[in-house]
Design a protein around this ligand. Structure first.
Ligand SMILES: *Cc1c(COP(=O)(O)O)cnc(C)c1O
Length: 380
């Protein structure tokens, strides 16, 4: 099955009892047993729920994995992943991470003595140097958040596996519509389904997908032990979002391109970060590795924080709000919003300064988004 067909049909047969083309929402916390421990596969909804099972199988299938697991948030998925890395473990992570991911990893470093090294993975020499010493987990985002740097996933997976490390990729920004890390050698894929998979800014959710069934079993055990599971209703909404992921990602990209073209070369703009622009340092890699460039654009304004705040205030179609990946366009100021949990020195060393603005381009008419950005820049 080709990808857009998989989104709608993979692992989602009509309900065997009624023929319903969408899975029923099983709002039951527990399931009758005909005798102690004799049941139909479901015991208690933390351990497993039929609606969640459909979502989990679908996520596994669309990420070209062997299995998927759903969580109550992206960070719930990450917290469960990190449960597998006890004191003394070593994690090598990309240096431009989602702020909440950085915060939780830093918490594990301080609280549990997990070693975390942050590496600029756009240069593979840095990855080789970091993995000259043993590591347990290599954690990658690509495109990164908020600077939209692209990491060569195939090469990083090869280097990591030579060092016997497990490779996890946060695929929230690209989605499986544009990039399938397991096909490139990753072992685990993480999602905040809150973003593009849900796609409508109406749920908080997370997921893990696994290339290997044994690894999935280990994390299914942890999923039940930790208990950060989503409600059946939220599972249904994520599934509904997944059905339109293909068409939405094409529309998001059309919007992002229109916005990036307005910003690119504008006299008030210091730098545009969009992997689809020829000027992006990893444009060729993005073209090779991804089936499209996605809907996220970051821009650094020449006038610093003041200019950024003025620009955001003048936008009318873009809504000032955290999050991304919904049908509506959102604007974010990483330094004071999504990445405020990263200490200033650390943040600025990586290029997240006050003048940086992150745009999640929605699926409104691209011309309206381009006009909005042009107007907001013009009067500054
Ligand atoms: C939002 C986000 C997360 C965290 O997910 P939540 O659902 O908010 O817990 C992790 N990684 C990336 C790239 C994100 O954008």
């Amino acid at each position: 099955m080709r990808f857009d067909t998989r989104l709608i049909h993979a692992a989602q047969p009509p309900d065997s009892l009624t023929g319903a083309v969408n899975p029923p929402i099983y709002l039951s916390s527990t399931f009758r047993q005909s005798a102690p421990n004799v049941h139909k596969g479901y015991v208690y909804s933390r351990s497993g729920n039929p609606t969640r099972a459909v979502l989990e199988a679908t996520i596994g299938a669309i990420e070209s994995g062997r299995a998927g697991l759903a969580f109550s948030s992206g960070l719930g998925a990450l917290a469960t992943l990190l449960e597998a890395y006890p004191t003394g473990s070593r994690i090598v992570a990309v240096d431009d991470l989602y702020g909440g991911t950085w915060r939780l990893m830093d918490h594990h470093r301080r609280q549990f003595g997990v070693n975390v090294d942050y590496v600029d993975m756009t240069d593979l020499a840095n990855v080789r140097a970091a993995l000259a010493r043993p590591a347990d987990l290599v954690y990658v985002e690509s495109p990164t958040n908020p600077l939209l740097k692209i990491v060569d996933l195939k090469a990083v997976a090869r280097i990591a596996h030579r060092a016997h490390a497990t490779v996890a990729v946060d695929n929230t920004f690209a989605t499986p519509a544009l990039q399938r890390p397991i096909e490139l050698g990753a072992d685990i894929v993480l999602h905040s389904t809150t973003k593009y998979l849900g796609g409508h800014s109406d749920i908080i959710g997370g997921a893990l997908a696994f290339g290997d069934a044994k690894l999935a079993e280990r994390f299914a055990w942890l999923q039940n032990a930790v208990g950060a599971v989503p409600s059946p209703f939220d599972c249904f909404l994520v599934l509904r979002g997944i059905h339109t992921l293909g068409v939405r990602m094409r529309a998001h990209e059309e919007s992002a391109r229109a916005v990036a073209e307005v910003l690119d070369g504008h006299r008030k703009v210091r730098r545009v970060h969009y992997p689809g622009l020829d000027s992006h340092p990893q444009h060729a890699l993005a073209r090779r590795q991804m089936g499209g460039f996605g809907g996220m654009v970051s821009v650094e304004l020449s006038g610093g924080s003041r200019a950024a705040l003025g620009f955001m205030r003048r936008l009318e179609v873009f809504t000032l709000a955290e999050s991304l990946g919904g049908v509506e366009s959102l604007v974010d100021h990483p330094a004071t919003m999504t990445h405020a949990s990263v200490p200033k020195a650390e943040r600025e060393a990586h290029g997240v300064r006050g003048g940086l603005v992150r745009l999640s381009c929605g699926i409104e008419d691209p011309a309206d988004l381009a006009d909005d950005v042009r107007t907001a820049l013009g009067r500054s």
